[in-house]
Design a protein. Structure first.
Length: 256
């Protein structure tokens, strides 16, 4: 069975278009410049793993006809990554009232618990016991590792041929041991100049050079980047992702 990765949303915390903005991207007619808040769906070995629950997750689920989710992986506790957890309640019902497995750091879980205490029993938490390691869920092998946005710990994930790293600014060098022989890197870049909590383009390109993946897709993109213009600044094998982009790999690619 093939592995697939679906970009459910590729925008920053404001989305694109942003409210009240008349920049080139926000006024673009291109569907690839319309970005919901960042989230993704990995389908591997018959299991659907949702990475983050953005505030747009209800619309996303209806748009892409996502009628089942087997587990939720959380990167961190910022609102644009967990704000849609209330809208995951239908999956609890569709699972015949079986809580949805939730993989998260304890730091992120505490934020989730405070924010969604009324619905927390719909989830079955599995705390990541260390800052980096491996876990197995229903036969799917998942590697996880931590880095930071200022004082906010963030978790990245590697599943089969793909690694998902968003909202990154500072990181330990040990992260690269988990990214060897990587086919596809999904990497967060806010805009060309960067920000105190996000990679700039130069920082992202330096990171990519150290990882040397076969290809890279940028996500968590600010509303002031239009895909056509920004793409001209990128080297070969580096692209800006867009909502609805689906990547696939044959089953034999699951071995690292």
């Amino acid at each position: 069975m093939d592995t697939s990765f679906l970009f459910l949303g590729t925008g920053g915390s404001l989305g694109t278009p942003a409210i009240g903005c008349a920049c080139k991207s926000c006024t673009s007619s291109s569907p690839q410049d319309k970005r919901l808040r960042t989230s993704a769906l990995v389908e591997i070995d018959g299991k659907k793993l949702l990475i983050d629950a953005s505030p747009d997750i209800r619309h996303i689920s209806l748009c892409y006809n996502i009628t089942s989710v087997d587990a939720l992986l959380i990167t961190h506790g910022h609102e644009d990554h967990i704000g849609g957890m209330n809208d995951l309640r239908p999956y609890y019902t569709l699972r015949e009232y079986t809580p949805l497995p939730l993989f998260t750091s304890e730091h992120a879980y505490q934020i989730i618990h405070r924010r969604f205490s009324y619905a927390i029993d719909r989830f079955l938490p599995h705390f990541l016991p260390t800052t980096e390691g491996e876990l197995s869920f229903a036969g799917v092998q998942i590697t996880y590792f931590s880095y930071h946005q200022l004082d906010m710990p963030v978790t990245g994930y590697r599943i089969g041929p793909i690694a998902y790293i968003t909202d990154i600014k500072e990181y330990p060098t040990s992260i690269f041991s988990h990214l060897q022989n990587l086919d596809t890197l999904v990497l967060g870049v806010i805009h060309e100049k960067g920000a105190p909590m996000h990679f700039s383009l130069a920082e992202a390109l330096a990171f990519i050079e150290k990882v040397s993946p076969k290809r890279t897709f940028f996500t968590h993109i600010s509303h002031d980047i239009d895909r056509e213009s920004f793409s001209r600044k990128l080297p070969p094998n580096v692209e800006i992702a867009y909502d609805g982009l689906k990547l696939t790999w044959p089953a034999h690619s699951l071995n690292k």
